[in-house]
Design a protein around this ligand. Structure first.
Ligand code: PLP
Ligand code: COI
Length: 361
């Protein structure tokens, strides 16, 4: 790496005291408590990436005409640092770097080189190592990039900020590992062919909020999106991918066709499931099949998976006109086993056969 992208460390003038930190980390929930530091790196058309800084977390000062505020040119990643017996580790961070680069391409933004991405994330984890919870917790890392040029014309901006912040987290869902309930949205879709569904851009989440709010009104934890063209095929949840465990030893998951986010947890789970002798079928699965298979017992288990959610069994499915359940709790033996294997690798209690774990400290 050249000096231009080296991340300069600027000491924090008043880091949080150990007592105050412990109090905030006691019951952190998800995404509400933030660590002391942040990383920022600037990109301009003439200089490329430069001015990388690790410094005290502070608000941005951006121009009211900054392109991100008007045209939502913004992308992000979600990943976690885990405290293990051997130190602090990241899980497949190279995949997050790659996905951010793919998202950047789709949103007409400059790619963050993988080395710079990893340097930025690791520098923040090292600086905020005390903020990595033990036990079931983890330090959720949020790398993100936004257009910072003051310009109201509609074209790709010529100035961007890449930043990383961190948040100690517990479980994403309130009930911990209890099966979650989902609402199948009739009125809203998340993405369409040719759209931004495979990119992790803020706009996708803005567009999903009204559907997620509808799910909450129906007492559900998450929304399920169907495809935009036929409104028939299950795609994914608002913030996680979905898998179905069948009675014939197969695991069905919707194929990556440009309209769903290529989850790193999804990919890891497919690998582990294959090793457990399950037959992986990445194929379209309709909501009608889901309902029929749940009723006939052909569908044994369904689960959601993602960085924030980890692996969460799906218990109840509600839709306009009714509801159905899978088994009694929705958290069946295959779901539990895949989760425990994944979490074991992430937390260093199971062998890392695939080289997924990257030590940081
Ligand atoms: N799908 C959506 C829409 C998401 O927001 C996420 C979370 O990042 C995922 C799937 C799962 O992706 P990953 O496993 O990489 O966290
Ligand atoms: C993640 O899992 O990292 C996400 O970005 C999804 C969101 C539910 C927080």
């Amino acid at each position: 790496m050249t000096d231009k992208t080296a991340i300069k460390s600027i000491p924090h003038a008043s880091p949080t005291s150990a007592d105050a930190r412990a109090a905030r980390m006691e019951n952190p929930g998800f995404g509400k408590v933030f660590s002391d530091h942040m990383v920022t790196v600037t990109w301009t058309a003439d200089k490329g990436w430069h001015d990388g800084e690790l410094k005290a977390r502070a608000p941005f000062s951006i121009d009211p005409a900054a392109a991100v505020l008007h045209y939502a040119q913004e992308i992000f990643e979600g990943m976690k640092a885990y405290r293990t017996e051997k130190g602090i580790v990241l899980f497949r961070p190279e995949e997050n770097a790659r996905r951010l680069a793919m998202s950047a391409e789709r949103l007409a933004m400059p790619a963050v080189p993988e080395d710079l991405f990893l340097d930025a994330v690791e520098a923040l984890v090292r600086a905020d190592a005390d903020w990595v919870p033990g036990g079931d917790g983890s330090l959720y890392l949020r790398p993100f990039m936004f257009a910072n040029e003051a310009f109201l014309g509609v074209r790709p901006a010529t100035q961007y900020i890449f930043s990383v912040i961190a948040s100690p987290v517990g479980s994403y869902f309130k009930g911990g590992y209890k099966a979650v309930s989902v609402w199948v949205s009739d009125d809203y879709t998340r993405s369409a062919p040719g759209g931004t569904g495979a990119a992790k851009c803020g706009g996708n989440y803005a567009a999903s909020l009204v559907a997620q709010a509808e799910a909450s009104r129906h007492g559900c934890d998450q929304v399920v999106f169907l495809d935009a063209a036929e409104h028939r095929w299950v795609e994914e949840l608002g913030g996680m991918n979905v898998c179905f465990v069948m009675d014939d030893g197969s695991l069905i998951t919707p194929p990556l066709g440009g309209t769903i986010l290529p989850g790193i947890t999804r990919d890891s789970i497919l690998t582990l499931a294959r090793e457990n002798g399950l037959r992986i079928e990445e194929k379209p699965y309709s909501f009608d099949e889901w309902r029929k298979d749940a009723e006939s017992g052909k569908l044994r288990e369904a689960f959601a998976c993602g960085t924030a959610a980890v692996v969460a069994g799906i218990g109840t499915i509600r839709f306009n006109g009714g509801s159905f359940s899978i088994g009694n709790s929705g958290d069946g033996p295959v779901t539990a086993r895949l989760r425990s294997e994944l979490v074991g690798i992430q937390r260093g209690t199971a062998a890392d056969k695939h080289g997924w774990v990257r030590p940081v400290l």
